[in-house]
Design a protein around this ligand. Structure first.
Ligand SMILES: Cc1cc2nc3c(=O)[nH]c(=O)nc-3n(C[C@H](O)[C@H](O)[C@H](O)COP(=O)(O)OP(=O)(O)OC[C@H]3O[C@@H](n4cnc5c(N)ncnc54)[C@H](O)[C@@H]3O)c2cc1C
Ligand SMILES: NC(=O)c1ccc[n+]([C@@H]2O[C@H](COP(=O)([O-])OP(=O)(O)OC[C@H]3O[C@@H](n4cnc5c(N)ncnc54)[C@H](OP(=O)(O)O)[C@@H]3O)[C@@H](O)[C@H]2O)c1
Length: 464
């Protein structure tokens, strides 16, 4: 091991063992594999397993130990973008699954891929599961963070001190739940997408979805696929605008409810059996004091983060994955590698004012974005900027950017079939396999069925 004096006695705390927190652990592991010494690292995860959002829970409300439940994923959730756009550049889908798989895998398959990479190391040893970060404070004199922790299993509170703190706690977990006049008189179920666990309950029902982004789009499709009588999407700014099949319609925003009837801005009204608020999430960090807390709405470049990572007034506080996301796993990786190089002293940051200028340039660019294609180009440019700063294995970002635009066109062309398309990996050059069953007809999202279902069917003799 090479010795690095900078690292002597340094401690790094990571909050969350989802894809972002695991990316940070992987980044350090990569350095260790190069023969470098790494600092002491502890990752705190309030759930009993890793994977973050991809660690599915049937629960809603609170978890086993009374903590607000993190998971917003549901049964039958499939990737909503091509897996080729999120592929780790140091761990390909081919190397994990040993055969080409389709471009849009279901949640358990992506979970398997995420944990496949991290299982190859001793990363689990760094993680304290069932441990919630309750509060953080920073001491200007010692330049250290004190973190107050709850061991949920033992019901014990204790504290630890760190030199760097990485916040990788996600931002699609705390619902944004607006009020609509009269909704308290609605007799059916009213829930947020965060608590949606599958469309089975809405079979033969008339469902109102409020919102017009990814959750609204996908929950509408889930409902359609699983036999909901009708789906009405109510938008605030813009309709999603797909050529929806019969049974899905878009209307302007709800003005109010009167009993089971919802009234809309265009003067129309309809009775519903259930309402799902697909109204997005809040960036919520209840464990951070005012001066350390990132305060932002969901967007492509939250203010106050240099390179989208370092809290500008205190760069030892690092945020991963806080952007709205076209890119996901590979973006978290590029961020984690840069964060690692700062924490290990391999990379120096410019002065605060210079960092502020850089942030402003990105914010100005963001303000000029007009449509989804511009958004893709913006996030591609952001990741290119990061890739130049570390030794994270380069991947063909221009090709991924083209794929993301192709994906947007596929959805526009046919929202029911876009998940049947195949894309080519920029990591291995492999063309994705076609899934054995069209997405609309596939009601089983298990890993076994996904990976082996068709093979088993082929083995069944024709005369049986
Ligand atoms: C419904 C839904 C569907 C999605 N589908 C896709 C998709 O198809 N493709 C895609 O690429 N992305 C998708 N995403 C985006 C998804 O958020 C990212 O893929 C990814 O999970 C983000 O990783 P993360 O580690 O930043 O956050 P998360 O995955 O949210 O992980 C954060 C972790 O931090 C832990 N944590 C939080 N607070 C504390 C605390 N105080 N103490 C200790 N631990 C804490 C949580 O328990 C969790 O494990 C989806 C998101 C949602 C909500
Ligand atoms: N794999 C999958 O299939 C899948 C499924 C679901 C979600 N996801 C992921 O989950 C993440 C979050 O997506 P999201 O759609 O939940 O959140 P989001 O993209 O932040 O969108 C929030 C939506 O809520 C609307 N909204 C907010 N406040 C409102 C109000 N007061 N009244 C009416 N509408 C309001 C917004 O409307 P405006 O446009 O007017 O602001 C917007 O349409 C994304 O990363 C997405 O990819 C993936």
């Amino acid at each position: 091991m090479k010795n690095n004096e900078n690292l002597q006695n340094k401690r790094i705390g990571i909050i969350g063992a989802g894809p972002s927190g695991l990316a940070q652990l992987r980044a350090f592991e990569a350095l260790k594999n190069q023969g470098e010494s790494i600092p002491e690292i502890v990752c705190f995860e309030k759930q009993s397993n890793w994977g973050g959002m991809w660690n599915y829970s049937w629960r809603t409300g609170v978890g086993k130990y009374g903590e607000p439940l993190h998971g917003s994923m549901y049964k039958y959730l499939w990737s909503n973008g091509p897996k080729e756009c999120l592929e780790f550049s140091d761990y390909s889908f081919d190397s994990h699954f040993k055969k080409p798989i389709s471009s849009y895998p279901p949640r358990p398959v992506l979970f398997d891929y995420i944990e496949g990479r991290i299982k190859k190391s001793n990363a689990r040893d760094y993680i304290r599961f069932n441990t919630t970060v309750r509060w953080v404070s920073y001491d200007e004199d010692t330049r250290q963070f004190t973190v107050i922790l709850d061991d949920l299993k033992l019901n014990r509170t204790y504290s630890e001190v760190f030199d760097y703190l990485v916040v990788a706690s996600g931002h699609f977990s705390t619902p944004n739940m607006p009020y609509f006049k009269g909704i308290e008189t609605f007799n059916g179920s009213v829930m947020h997408a965060h608590d949606f666990r599958g469309a089975d309950q809405f079979r033969e029902r008339n469902v109102l979805l409020i919102g017009s982004s990814y959750s609204a789009e996908d929950i509408a499709l889930q409902c359609y696929k699983h036999g909901t009588k009708s789906v009405t999407l109510s938008y605030r700014s813009m309709p999603i605008g797909h050529d929806w099949p019969d049974g899905i319609t878009e209307v302007p925003l709800v003005t109010h409810f009167d009993g089971d009837k919802a009234f809309f801005k265009d003067g129309s009204s309809q009775e519903f059996d259930a309402v799902v608020m697909c109204t997005g999430y809040q960036h919520k960090f209840p464990f951070l004091p005012d001066e350390l807390r990132l305060k932002t709405k969901n967007n492509l470049y939250p203010d106050h983060l240099y390179k989208g990572i370092f809290f500008n007034s205190l760069p030892e506080l690092i945020y991963l994955g806080m952007q709205d996301q076209y890119y996901t796993f590979n973006m978290f990786d590029t961020q984690a590698w840069v964060a690692r190089d700062f924490m290990t002293g391999r990379m120096q940051l410019p002065e605060e004012a210079e960092r502020r200028t850089d942030i402003n340039i990105w914010l100005e660019r963001k303000n000029r974005l007009k449509n989804s294609f511009d958004n893709v180009d913006f996030q591609t440019g952001y990741i290119k900027d990061l890739l130049a700063l570390s030794d994270y294995p380069h991947f063909n970002l221009d090709k991924v950017s083209e794929m993301l635009k192709e994906w947007l066109r596929d959805k526009e062309e046919n929202i029911l079939t876009y998940r049947d398309k195949s894309y080519q990996s920029v990591v291995t050059g492999t063309m994705a396999a076609e899934h054995h069953t069209d997405w609309m007809d596939e009601l089983d999202d298990s890993k076994e069925r996904y990976l082996h279902g068709a093979e088993e069917e082929e083995l069944i003799p024709e005369n049986l």
